[in-house]
Design a protein around this ligand. Structure first.
Ligand code: 5GP
Ligand code: ZN
Length: 116
């Protein structure tokens, strides 16, 4: 699978190394790094290296990469030393998406409130 890159995408620049990040986990398909503005004691973003705009843009061809992200989350959580956590995806601006490169927030280290 070739890695798609989008110019002017912050997360593509993190993948390429043009913007530095505090990495937690990396392999050929995905990257996990600490959020620059954490809202919980542990706040990590997990992204595909390939540019997918948002959850609504996931194609059947992307299913493997999304499955790969979820299959690695237990390992990433172990690295972060969190047994329980919340996984968040904001899909679209009105839902709170500000970076239009698919990402899953891993939030932990405190009790989570209600959604919404
Ligand atoms: P969204 O609001 O799209 O669901 O989440 C985007 C997240 O990316 C935000 O939590 C924001 O703090 C984080 N973020 C934006 N720019 C950067 C950056 O340059 N580095 C890192 N590590 N996180 C970023
Ligand atoms: Zn991107």
């Amino acid at each position: 699978m070739s890695i798609q890159h989008s110019d002017n995408c912050v997360f593509c620049k993190i993948v390429s190394g043009a913007i530095p990040s505090n990495k937690v986990y990396e392999d050929d398909k995905i990257l996990a790094f600490h959020d620059i503005a954490p809202v919980a004691p542990v706040h990590v973003l997990v992204i595909p290296k390939s540019h997918i705009k948002s959850a609504v843009d996931i194609t059947p061809q992307d299913a493997e990469i999304v499955g790969h992200i979820f299959s690695k989350i237990p390992e990433i959580a172990k690295l972060l030393d969190i047994a329980e956590f919340r996984i968040v995806n904001n899909c679209g601006a009105s839902a709170g998406q500000t970076e239009f490169h698919l990402h899953f927030h891993i939030l932990g280290g405190r009790k989570m409130g209600n959604m919404g």
